[in-house]
Design a protein around this ligand. Structure first.
Ligand SMILES: *[C@@H]1O[C@H](CO)[C@@H](O)[C@H](O)[C@H]1NC(C)=O
Ligand SMILES: *[C@@H]1O[C@H](CO)[C@@H](O)[C@H](O)[C@H]1NC(C)=O
Length: 281
């Protein structure tokens, strides 16, 4: 259930890692992974060296992406396999208990070292895809990826494909404070075209706001504009597939993304105009 879980950290200039160690936000954001780290996590579906048939030309388990095949995935058929349209995925169960942002709760950056060899499998709509982590940063997904923009709801099976292409996904808990949610949306929209915004009820009450890129998860209670922009500048467009082309899936799209610098997002988070600045605060 939703509770106001207040984690008070004493030192305001540090961030807490998952293992409990703390370091400055600059260190945190600069901690891009060292080359070839030892991978101790799980592979989907098999570790790179154990695949029985090396298939250099068959990516994604042989299912092409974005091919709009109604016998596999056209972004319209059997969508209920991924989402049962439950309103609780986008509606606050207890509107009287909106989560109040707390600047004493430091952001957390989780980095998952996805091996370079890893190629995510594309599954057709005749198969379900489940994830161990309710907010994964990589994994198998659907062939049709979401058009860029803001949605009433996008299932994880779709937005993981956005991360694979180097896009940024913004998630917010349905009970996150609407003003804080709006601030984060404005920053993301002003930073890059390649973004997807959707509510997600799996975020925790202490950090109900999240930005994701392939392998990276930044979760927050209160928005620090510099932390958000640094995260986007350092991690956006680093997905394993550099594809800027817009998606095909648009169920629940409520606001199309606008080009920020150009179609390639060459200039991430360009300095805002004075007019835009006034929206941040
Ligand atoms: C959609 O679901 C039906 C019923 O489960 C199934 O027969 C059909 O193959 C599915 N279609 C696709 C494209 O997955
Ligand atoms: C799902 O459909 C695809 C494409 O038609 C097919 O290759 C695959 O074997 C099917 N999977 C199952 C579990 O039926």
């Amino acid at each position: 259930m939703i509770s106001l879980l207040l984690i008070i950290t004493l030192c305001s200039s540090t961030a807490i890692a998952e293992d409990g160690s703390s370091f400055s936000l600059t260190d945190l954001l600069n901690r891009r992974t060292t080359p070839e780290p030892k991978w101790t996590g799980k592979y989907f579906p098999t570790p790179p060296m154990t695949q029985s048939t090396p298939a250099p030309f068959v990516q994604h388990g042989g299912v092409p992406m974005g091919a709009l095949n109604p016998n596999c995935d056209d972004g319209k058929t059997n969508l209920s396999v991924d989402w049962n349209s439950s309103p609780w995925d986008y509606t606050c169960l207890f509107p009287s208990k909106l989560i109040i942002p707390d600047i004493n709760i430091q952001p957390i950056l989780d980095i998952e070292n996805v091996p370079k060899e890893y190629s995510a499998v594309h599954y057709c709509m005749n198969e379900t895809i489940v994830y161990q982590n309710p907010v994964p940063t990589f994994g198998p997904h659907r062939p049709a990826w979401p058009r860029y923009g803001e949605y009433s709801f996008v299932p994880v099976q779709r937005w993981l494909h956005t991360l694979e292409h180097g896009g940024v996904v913004m998630l917010y808990h349905p009970c996150a404070h609407p003003l804080e949610v709006e601030r984060l949306k404005r920053i993301v929209r002003a930073c890059l075209f390649r973004h997807v915004i959707t509510p997600n009820a799996h975020l925790k009450a202490d950090r109900p706001l999240a930005l994701l890129t392939w392998g990276n998860r930044l979760t927050m209670s209160a928005i620090n504009v510099d932390v958000v922009k640094d995260f986007i500048k350092q991690n956006a467009l680093h997905g394993p597939e550099k594809i800027s082309r817009d998606g095909q899936y648009d169920a629940g799209l409520i606001r199309e993304a606008k080009i920020v610098s150009d179609t390639e997002d060459t200039d991430l988070c360009p300095p805002p105009s004075l007019k835009e600045l006034s929206f941040y605060w």
